[in-house]
Design a protein around this ligand. Sequence first.
Ligand SMILES: Cc1cc2nc3c(=O)[nH]c(=O)nc-3n(C[C@H](O)[C@H](O)[C@H](O)COP(=O)(O)OP(=O)(O)OC[C@H]3O[C@@H](n4cnc5c(N)ncnc54)[C@H](O)[C@@H]3O)c2cc1C
Length: 378
Amino acid sequence: MTGPRVVLVGGGHAHALTLRAWARDPAPGVRLSVLSPDRHAPYSGMLPGYVAGHYAWADFHVDLAPLAAAAGAELVLDRAVGLDLAAGRIARAGGPALDFELCSLDTGSTSEPPPLPGHDAHLHPVKPIDRFLDAWHRFLDRVAAGEVAPRAAVLGGGVGGGELALAIAHRLEAAASEAGVTLIERGPEIAAELRVAARRRLRRALAERGVVVRTGTEATAFAADGVATTAGDTVPAGFVTAAVGARPAPWLAASGLAVTADGFVKVDAQLRSVSDARVFAVGDVAHLTANPRPKAGVFAVRQGPVLHAALRAALADATPPSYTPQRDYLRLISLGAKRALALKYGVVAGGTGPLGALLWRLKDRIDRRFMADLDLSG
Ligand SMILES: Cc1cc2nc3c(=O)[nH]c(=O)nc-3n(C[C@H](O)[C@H](O)[C@H](O)COP(=O)(O)OP(=O)(O)OC[C@H]3O[C@@H](n4cnc5c(N)ncnc54)[C@H](O)[C@@H]3O)c2cc1C
């Protein structure tokens, strides 16, 4: 086939939905490729539930193979390592570069703090999720074998870090009686982005679960027995993770695309790079210049169908549609056990009580429905 080639780089939420939309409405004569290091892409909204022990691995992984097949796309199992704009080519780690007429970037972000001593051996940031899960499973095995104490630490007291600390505490308590989890935050307060009432409920959930919260504290080194801190002590932990804000891969900035100071790809209202009309970017990796938003999966999800329409329009030399992100969204924060907090328009509901149990069921239903829509394996 010699039609134009469209390459979707990364199998994140937005691209999975783009494939779904493409399967329903394909562009004749177009060669579509998806480049993803793994056939299965994790859905982070259900990750804390998996860590807590509420879900199986398959529950929160999107199988890209049937999605790609339905869309008539070639699934290339590899990782992009560079973007050569002059040649219109994506370099990959394990094979020949892919030429493109149009490409879209949905490679997400990582949550790694700047490296400190012991980082490589003893820190397991939550993203990339596959690497986090490998380390988490190894740790659980060692806890089960009695080789290591059921103690963990989480760096980063944002909402993601709080959810993760609660999930880990829930899981470890089920595995052993003397579990201990510490949440380490360098700022004066955890979940600083939340309003006071929501923050208070998150704090209460952490306290009820026995998670120790250390604010105004930074890690200085990692070792097999825990995290050394700026307070001069060591937080005991056989497993240390981090959820310290999103960072994009450095090869994006190196490509010469217009990026923000921290390396996110600047896109216009059509999700198109402001510096190169052949390149689209969606999800965490994109910076919406017209309507900046925090990094959250809900935006990636809404962008999927818009990206499909935008690519179709670009292929037809038409003007792609505009994407306007929602101002606010229903935020459901899981609390370790099957409980959740709900936030919208500044109002907070739920927590560790009966309403929280109801909200967990709502979150569970929304998440499972999302996964079911992307499951073409049957
Ligand atoms: C613990 C935790 C809980 C969260 N919970 C929520 C929540 O409840 N609601 C919410 O809205 N947001 C949540 N988030 C934020 C959410 O994870 C992100 O905003 C969302 O995943 C972004 O989706 P994405 O499509 O940009 O990328 P991702 O879903 O991260 O997907 C990126 C994909 O690209 C692939 N990839 C990476 N590099 C390359 C490469 N070089 N070449 C090819 N492929 C590559 C990866 O393997 C991955 O599959 C949470 C985050 C964390 C850490």
